[in-house]
Design a protein around this ligand. Structure first.
Ligand SMILES: Nc1nc2c(ncn2[C@@H]2O[C@H](COP(=O)(O)OP(=O)(O)OP(=O)(O)O)[C@@H](O)[C@H]2O)c(=O)[nH]1
Ligand SMILES: [Mg+2]
Length: 397
């Protein structure tokens, strides 16, 4: 028999500057995250508060009311949309007598469940260590028991919390070393890929349909209706059509291909520890020849999603303009879930975007045409000039 899912109550602070609908939308997304973690959502509450209460964030009075509702609904877990400090989590648990998880902790948990490869596992563990380090206070008793306490202490005067911090810092250094090594392996693999084929990365908000588009373009990929179904970058070859200019009929007639990389999705307030830890995986995005920015066109928060994606791309080092900027195409996916007037409205708002339905293959020809036109194809081999060649030096030793 499988265990029944843990029931949780979602809460979010509504400050004086926050619109009610905005917080409701955030709670809906938090619910998706909670369900993706395997929890059952029993209800959600907006807690109106002018200023943050330093100790409990939401204030004891509001939390006591939440605790009462939780007990009526047989809930044992509180999931908070706000990022809380370790001591605030402890204080909330004390006031409510419930387990408490903040947004970052929830997302980290999902990444931990999904991580399959050695690199993804190491990246997620690094993010977890960075998250736990400043939160250690008061949460060390299990480590003391595991380690047998006294034997682990580094010297007279080193407290248990210092021991724990030292252990986590050591682990962080180990993980960083391992990730540097794995990044080198990835670089070698990248160099081993077919030369001259242009590389395109699918990026975008989680659950937008990136993996579905990879599947539609290359025949491979496993889409799932889950947040953060994809953690690892997968690269596959896609056929773009023949090398023929449709207007002039000129061209070699050779089949044209590109490499398409599927990547981890973005989300509002993606924990910065995860962005930092996934830097090397996201290297595929930084070094791609072009980006296909995929969005769920039928999502009520489409515009906010696009802003989050823009900001996250900047955070990982992809500038939208300037010499380094990669060509980008906005792919408004899932348009099969929209009515015609909505599609026309979107066309007005985003005239340069391609509207697609990855499931039915709609819009893919337009997408392939963009890729074919944009990408010049394999660089023509040329003879290097003398100044470009390495100098003929004699060994000194
Ligand atoms: N109706 C409709 N559903 C779609 C379309 N594209 C994808 N989906 C569905 O949307 C869900 C998410 O698709 P994925 O391709 O896994 O999304 P993703 O962007 O890779 O998501 P993550 O890897 O979790 O970030 C799946 O249930 C897909 O079947 C589409 O064009 N139309
Ligand atoms: Mg995916």
């Amino acid at each position: 028999m499988t265990d029944a899912p843990l029931r949780c109550l979602l809460i979010a602070r509504q400050g004086p500057e926050d619109r009610e609908e905005r917080i409701e939308d955030h709670l809906l997304e938090l619910g998706e995250l909670a369900r993706s973690s395997g929890f059952e959502v029993a209800g959600q509450r907006r807690l109106k508060r002018h200023a943050v209460a330093p100790r409990t964030f939401y204030g004891s009075g509001q939390l006591e009311a939440v605790a009462e509702e939780a007990s009526r609904q047989e809930v044992r877990l509180l999931v908070c949309d706000d990022e809380l400090s370790g001591s605030q989590v402890n204080a909330i648990e004390k006031v409510t007598n419930l387990r408490c998880l903040d947004r970052t902790g929830l997302i980290l948990g999902i990444f931990e469940q999904r991580a399959q490869t050695r690199e993804a596992k190491a990246q997620v563990e690094l993010a977890r260590c960075e998250y736990e380090l400043p939160r250690l206070k008061g949460a060390w008793t299990h480590l003391e028991r595991q380690g047998g306490g006294v034997g682990l202490r580094g010297g007279p005067g080193e407290t248990q919390i210092e021991v724990d911090r030292r252990m986590i810092r050591t682990r962080i250094s180990q993980l960083k070393r391992e990730l540097t090594h794995l990044e080198q392996v990835r670089e070698t693999q990248r160099q081993g890929r077919p030369r001259g084929l242009p590389r395109v990365a699918l990026v975008g908000y989680t659950n937008a349909g990136k993996t579905s588009l990879l599947k539609a373009l290359t025949g491979e990929g496993e889409p799932r209706d889950l947040l953060f179904a994809t953690l690892d970058t997968t690269t596959r070859k896609a056929w773009l059509g023949q090398d023929v200019d449709p207007e002039t009929g000129e061209g070699s007639g050779e089949p044209r291909h590109c490499l398409v990389a599927d990547t981890v999705g973005f989300i509002r307030k993606l924990p910065h520890q995860l962005v930092a830890a996934f830097r090397s995986t996201l290297g595929e995005v930084r070094t791609a020849d072009a980006l296909l920015v995929v969005a769920d066109a039928a999502h009520p928060d489409l515009e906010e999603h696009l802003k989050v994606v823009g900001a996250t791309l900047r955070e990982i080092g992809c500038a939208p303009e300037g010499d380094e900027a990669q060509p980008r195409l906005l792919v408004l996916n899932q348009v099969d879930r929209l009515h015609r007037p909505q599609k026309l409205d979107l066309k007005r708002k985003h005239p340069a975007a391609v509207q697609t339905c990855a499931l039915a293959g709609q819009g893919l020809d337009e997408l392939r045409a963009w890729l074919k036109e944009l990408i010049p194809g394999p660089p023509k081999p040329r003879e290097l000039e003398a100044w470009e060649l390495p100098e003929q030096t004699t060994a000194l030793s």
